[in-house]
Design a protein around this ligand. Structure first.
Ligand SMILES: *Cc1c(COP(=O)(O)O)cnc(C)c1O
Length: 364
């Protein structure tokens, strides 16, 4: 007895092509490829390597654990981590040559204690981490003092957009530009000003400044429903595939899966797919999504369970062992992760980052 094949195929060629496309799009700004959360579920080390080989100037991660894992894997590119505890120890970051994003006075002092290279993270309206607007004057003055004393280097100023609306993002962009001017007046001279993630990098040229931090678009998925990645030359990197585990011919009126949320409308063939919500298939998409088998799309029917779901393949000739593409590149006829996101009332980010541990990541 063997387990069914369950693979997230990671198209590193598509990732590299996306990085090259993004680099051309945002030039002369530099490109940071964001590889936090295991490269959005794609595998941080192979993705980081492929991104750097394809020309990414920087890599970005959320925390220092993620940054140090990349360094241990031998990845030498400029690297920034921006989410820390209230009272961090940055010596490991300095030893590994990792820049740190700093959001508070305590983090600034920790950076000085370690001699870190710092990007001051400003809250321009998201109300998450980042230095609150009222604290910025004092923090800029203190950072300038520490820099003059040779205790740290401020090489970047950064903020992050809400994506609430183009007007809201423009308000944040203006607030960021004002904060940069205030930092300069306080004696700082950061060489990298960065604000834009995927959405603004693609749609708001004024927001690109010196560097953009691009995550989701690198993986060929949409940062916003208004953006069509394929139209921008970006291809999905992850293809989630498995094999048909069972096939059954059933009569009209047959109840399918928990709660009989689906009954067959006529005699048909049901194919069993050995992936469930434990593997990242969103239960909320039950009865609303499709998969591709043999190049044809078929509807998923009934409740998605922990380990399996059912597809109604009608009269198509589907056999046990046939490959099932749950999501992949829509240009091949398969549904995209963004289609599953739509079916589950969520975003592609959540679909790809939640693929579970039973699914092998296979770089191709
Ligand atoms: C996750 C993240 C990004 C990347 O966002 P995308 O929308 O995936 O491009 C950029 N900057 C920060 C601070 C982030 O946390």
């Amino acid at each position: 007895m063997t387990a069914p094949r369950r693979e997230a195929r990671i198209r590193l060629d598509a990732l590299a092509a996306n990085v090259e496309t993004l680099r051309r799009t945002v030039a002369p700004a530099q490109l940071m490829t964001v590889v936090k959360a295991d490269a959005y579920g794609h595998g941080a080390v192979p993705v980081a390597r492929a991104a750097v080989d394809a020309g990414a100037d920087w890599l970005g991660v959320a925390d220092l654990g993620e940054a140090l894992a990349l360094r241990e894997a031998g990845i030498r590119a400029p690297l920034l981590a921006w989410l820390h505890t209230a009272d961090p120890d940055f010596r490991g970051a300095v030893d590994a040559g990792v820049d740190v994003g700093v959001s508070t006075r305590a983090q600034l002092e920790a950076a000085a204690a370690a001699g870190a290279s710092v990007h001051l993270k400003l809250d321009t309206g998201l109300s998450r981490n980042g230095i609150a607007p009222g604290e910025q004057p004092e923090l800029f003055a203190r950072a300038a003092e520490l820099e003059r004393a040779g205790r740290l280097r401020v090489c970047g100023l950064m903020s992050h957009l809400s994506g609430a609306s183009p007007d809201d993002d423009e308000t944040q962009r203006a607030a960021f530009a004002n904060a940069v001017a205030a930092a300069r007046a306080a004696g700082l001279d950061p060489e990298l000003r960065h604000l834009a993630a995927s959405l603004a990098a693609l749609t708001m040229p004024d927001a690109r400044f010196d560097l953009v931090r691009v995550g989701i678009a690198s993986y060929g998925l949409a940062p916003d429903p208004a953006v069509d990645p394929a139209g921008l030359g970006l291809r999905p990197v992850m293809e989630l595939v498995t094999e048909v585990a069972a096939v059954r011919r059933v009569p009209e009126g047959t109840g399918v899966s928990y709660g009989y949320r689906h009954r067959t409308a006529g005699e048909t063939t049901l194919a069993l797919v050995p992936l469930g919500y434990a593997d990242g298939i969103p239960r909320h998409a039950s009865g609303r999504a499709e998969v591709a088998i043999g190049g044809l799309r078929h509807p998923q029917v009934g409740r998605i369970a922990m380990d399996q779901f059912v597809v109604d393949v009608g009269d198509a000739e589907v056999r046990v062992g046939d490959e099932v593409v749950v999501w992949g590149d829509p240009s091949t006829g398969a549904p995209g992760a963004d289609d599953w996101a739509h079916a589950a009332d969520t975003i592609g980010y959540e679909i790809v980052t939640r693929v579970g541990p039973r699914v092998a990541r296979v770089a191709v």
